[in-house]
Design a binder for this molecule. Structure first.
Ligand SMILES: *Cc1c(COP(=O)(O)O)cnc(C)c1O
Length: 346
């Protein structure tokens, strides 16, 4: 049976968190003389709700979890950093992640002096669970997966991911930033039966709100309580909370964007697959495609000349010769396809 206290850092377990004025008095009505705010310039003179309850209540209904199972942060990157800070002792503990994957996990680990152990994916980009299990030791506190994975664009097998959690006395973190574009469902429904599972999602991709900076973590109340204990008191500003709350009233608007992007992904994939210089397009579960092209660096520069910016992944492990292309508007995708049609690898 997983016990969070066996992996929580001692100083965090013993920490008395900062208690803000908004923590100590939770009502909305009254004359507020407790937080040294300016009484003028409403509503922005007031500190935001430190625990973002309005957003969480609405989000909980959409995600079928309890509000207490949600952490909201300044992008998913905040949750990634806080998980490492809460559970990994600097210069001692380690985390396992896959290679290739989202670069932020390694950066966050290195900032926190946590050794980052990379386990290569198989050549077909599937998970190598045997190698991950073999890399687990006493000091491994987190296993970080990303599904659908950036930059490979595929999802991993749900049962295979969950199996890693069941044999592990640490947290299995699954970053689902691209889950809304995936043919496979979220692991969120396994949270109640998997006490050491953490799922990350974001408003930056399908919801079209990257500029607002809001990321989500879903986990047991115990794990969420730890993240809330160590976060900055007012980590999500009031404008972001208000606009996300509004966005949550229009789930179908988000779903329509997703469907349009998926239709465009299909169209762009089929158009580019006709080009002989495009030697491979990987099947995608995300809002981007990874494609292998003759002389990728040259193709990248050629696109820049045409003011089309894609991501050169040609030096990334298992992505040799690949570009990562985000699905754009129909016009943008057409311009990209036309540019690659005229690209000559000389
Ligand atoms: C884009 C992306 C995110 C989003 O990060 P935010 O900080 O929420 O904007 C998270 N994880 C992965 C793998 C991503 O590609």
């Amino acid at each position: 049976m997983f016990d969070i206290n066996t992996i929580l850092r001692n100083n965090i377990r013993l920490l008395t968190p900062y208690s803000s004025a908004r923590d100590e008095f939770k009502g909305n009505e009254g004359i507020f003389m407790d937080a040294n705010e300016n009484p003028f310039n409403s509503p922005y003179n007031r500190y935001p709700d430190p625990l973002q309850w309005k957003v969480k209540q609405k989000l909980a209904k959409i995600k079928h979890v309890e509000p207490e199972q949600i952490f909201l942060g300044n992008g998913s990157d905040e949750a990634i950093d806080l998980l490492m800070r809460a559970f990994c002792e600097p210069n001692q503990d380690q985390i396992i992640s896959i290679n290739p994957t989202y670069g932020m996990y390694q950066v966050a680990a290195e900032i926190n002096a946590v050794e980052f152990v990379k386990v290569s994916l198989n050549n077909d980009y599937s998970l190598n669970s045997a190698a991950i299990k073999a890399a687990i030791s006493q000091n491994i506190k987190l296993i970080m997966l990303c599904s659908p994975n950036n930059p490979t664009s595929n999802s991993f097998d749900a049962m295979e991911m969950l199996k890693l959690a069941s044999d592990f006395n640490g947290l299995l973190v699954v970053d689902e930033a691209y889950i809304d574009f995936s043919a496979k469902p979220s692991l969120i429904k396994y949270l109640d039966n998997t006490p050491n599972l953490v799922i990350l999602q974001t408003f930056s991709k399908a919801w079209g709100l990257a500029g607002l900076r809001m990321g989500m973590a879903f986990a047991s109340k115990q794990i969420i309580d730890v993240l809330n204990k160590i976060k900055y008191p007012y980590n999500v500003n009031s404008i972001t909370q208000r606009l996300v709350l509004e966005a949550l009233d229009d789930v179908s608007g988000m779903e329509k964007w997703v469907n349009d992007i998926l239709a465009q992904r299909k169209l762009l994939t089929s158009r580019l697959s006709n080009l002989s210089k495009v030697t491979r397009i990987y099947s995608s579960d995300a809002n981007f495609i990874l494609l292998q092209i003759d002389n990728a660096k040259r193709a990248y520069d050629y696109l820049i000349d045409k003011q089309i910016i894609v991501r050169d992944r040609s030096k990334v492990h298992l992505c040799e010769g690949c570009l990562r292309v985000t699905i754009g508007t129909p016009v943008e995708n057409k311009l990209l396809a036309e540019a690659l049609e005229t690209y000559e690898n000389i």
